[in-house]
Every structure is written in structure tokens, then in C-alpha cells.
Design a protein around this ligand. Structure first.
Ligand SMILES: O=C(O)CCC(=O)C(=O)O
Length: 309
């Protein structure tokens, strides 16, 4: 079956100057009603700010299980698909492990949990699948920054995600505090689509997963956005969740504290928004970065400990 490439509603990396465009898609795709997995206030805050932090979502036992699994994955690189292991730009320390939902039964169960997949499905008003997953370690002393970006810009140009109907959820496995390079977001910036300059080279992902050079917003536009929206750091203890819209401007500083900042990160895309041919380079990124095999998740309720333990 040939999938028709839809019109490019969010062009980027094809004009000599950056452009600001209006978002054409809703942020919360479903009207709130009793029984929704978020309260009316939480739903409103997500719609307004483009992100939401939920504290104490996972119990201490669940966090311990997830931390053990994150350490196990980190401690056994030979057991992982080699290319899923991404190292820091100037060193050998592991920055990210991709496709964790495909390489760990616990991480697959976590992705399917109602607290993640159920909430994503509500916000996007559709069945969801995992577009991308990874553990982001940000090791102590040497963990490098993630420069400012809109995820959607990359997913659209490099992966062929047609519309803004995706949400990311980070499960905090270590305390994310003001000092160890927490996620920073510009609240409200998700309403503006900022196109970037510079045609994407083929196989860009090989470099960009360590350090991104294309799909990077220009400084003048970032300064304007920061002036308009401000910058907020999303802080929380292990077991908290940060959920953020696919187009919110975000990034994080390096970590020179001794304390690693590890998070399990899942991107949920609406099944109706499945990826098509990339809008930029001809060759899509590999499946471990952006899946093209759509497996809708059936949300699972209950403790991770009982499911796996
Ligand atoms: O983990 C972080 O601090 C940022 C991660 C991020 O921006 C991303 O994965 O898109």
C-alpha cells in the first residue's frame, strides 16, 4: 500500500530565513469530562503551558524497580542493540539508550501503563503508539546539555510526522533539581511553530543524537520566545512525571554536579497521525529512533511491581 504524503503544513529547513507560523492543531484533542485521567485544572494547564509536572505518580517500590532496570541496561551494553547506545559528544559515557520499550519488558510495561499511555490517549483523543523511547542519563560531572528545540520540528522534517498530535512523557528516575540540568521549557511556546534554517544532511541522526546542529532554532527567535513566555525548570523527585507537548520549546543545561539525572522518556503519537515519508531528507531515520511499525498500546492499570515482580 502506498501512503500518500500529505501537504507539508509545517515546512522547515527549506527557507533562508527562520519563520514563525501559527500552530494549526489543537493541544488537547479531547474535551475534558468526568472520569478523564487528568483533572480539569491539569488539562487546562497542559493546554495553556504545553507541559505538566505530576508528582508522586509512581510508588517507591515501582521507582526502585525502574531504577534497577535502568542500571541493568546501562551495566550490560552487550545485551543491547549496539546502535541504540548513544554516548556523550566528547566522551564515552552513555548519554541515552534508545528503543527501551523494545529492549526491556519492564520499560514496555511502563510505556503501556494507564498513567502514561492512558493519559496520552486522552490528550490526543486516539489510540497511541510509541514513536520513540529512551533512557536519558545525563551523568554527573560530564552530562552535556540538550540545546533548545521543538521535538515536532525534527519529527516532522526527519521522520514524517504530519501533524502536532504527539506528547512526550518523562518518568523521573532520579531527582531533577535546579542544579543537575533539569528540563527547561518555555510555557506557551507550543502555540508557535518556529521553522529552522539549513537543509538536513542525509544520516544526520548519527551526529544529532549526540549533539544537534540542524533543526536548531536561531538565537534571535529563541530570545523573542523567551521574552514572551519566560523559562521554567520542571523539577521533581523520582516517581514524578513530566508530560510535554510535541511543539513546546525546551532544552536542558549540562550537569556538573556529582548527581546523575536519569529519566525514562517516551513519545506517544496518535495512531491517526502515523508517520509518512519524511518532509526533509529522503531517507527516514532508523526504526530505533523513530518507529514506523505501528503497534497501538492497550493501556494497562495497576502497579508495575505486581505486573512484573
Ligand atoms: O532530557 C533532557 O533534558 C532533554 C531531552 C530532550 O530534549 C529530548 O529528548 O528531546
Amino acid at each position: 500500500m502506498t501512503v500518500q504524503t500529505p501537504i507539508d503544513l509545517y515546512p522547515s529547513r527549506c527557507a533562508p530565513q527562520p519563520e514563525r507560523r501559527e500552530r494549526l492543531d489543537p493541544v488537547v484533542h479531547k474535551s475534558w469530562s468526568q472520569g478523564a485521567p487528568l483533572s480539569a485544572e491539569q488539562t487546562e494547564a497542559f493546554d495553556r503551558d504545553g507541559f505538566l509536572v505530576l508528582h508522586d505518580v509512581f510508588s517507591a517500590e515501582e521507582v526502585a524497580l525502574l531504577k534497577d532496570e535502568a542500571s541493568r541496561l546501562l551495566g550490560d551494553p552487550a545485551g543491547l542493540e549496539d546502535e541504540t547506545l548513544i554516548r556523550e559528544p566528547d566522551g564515552d559515557e552513555v548519554r541515552s539508550i534508545f528503543a527501551i520499550h523494545a529492549q526491556s519488558a519492564l520499560m514496555r510495561r511502563l510505556a503501556s501503563d494507564t498513567r502514561l499511555a492512558g493519559v496520552a490517549s486522552f490528550l490526543l483523543d486516539d489510540e497511541v503508539y510509541v514513536h520513540q523511547s529512551r533512557l536519558n542519563y545525563k551523568p554527573g560531572f560530564r552530562g552535556k546539555e540538550f540545546y533548545w528545540h521543538s521535538d515536532f520540528e525534527t519529527w516532522h522534517v526527519e521522520d514524517g510526522m504530519p501533524r502536532m498530535r504527539a506528547v512526550s512523557i518523562s518518568v523521573l528516575l532520579a531527582e531533577n533539581n535546579a542544579n543537575n540540568g533539569p528540563l527547561m521549557l518555555m510555557p506557551g511556546s507550543h502555540r508557535v511553530y518556529l521553522s529552522c534554517v539549513g537543509e538536513t544532511p542525509e544520516n544526520h541522526y548519527k551526529i544529532s543524537l549526540r549533539k544537534q546542529d540542524y533543526g536548531v532554532p536561531d538565537e534571535a527567535s529563541l530570545a523573542e520566545l523567551a521574552e514572551e513566555h519566560g523559562i521554567v525548570a520542571a523539577l521533581g523527585k523520582p516517581g514524578s512525571l513530566i508530560m510535554f507537548d510535541c511543539n513546546v520549546m525546551h532544552g536542558s543545561n549540562g550537569n556538573i554536579t556529582p548527581y546523575p539525572r536519569s529519566n525514562a522518556f517516551f513519545v506517544f503519537n496518535a495512531v491517526s497521525n502515523r508517520v509518512v515519508a519524511p518532509f526533509g531528507p529522503k531517507t527516514p531515520r532508523p526504526l530505533f529512533v523513530a518507529t514506523r511499525e505501528i503497534e497501538p498500546l492497550a493501556p494497562v492499570a495497576g502497579s508495575l511491581v505486581q505486573s512484573i515482580g
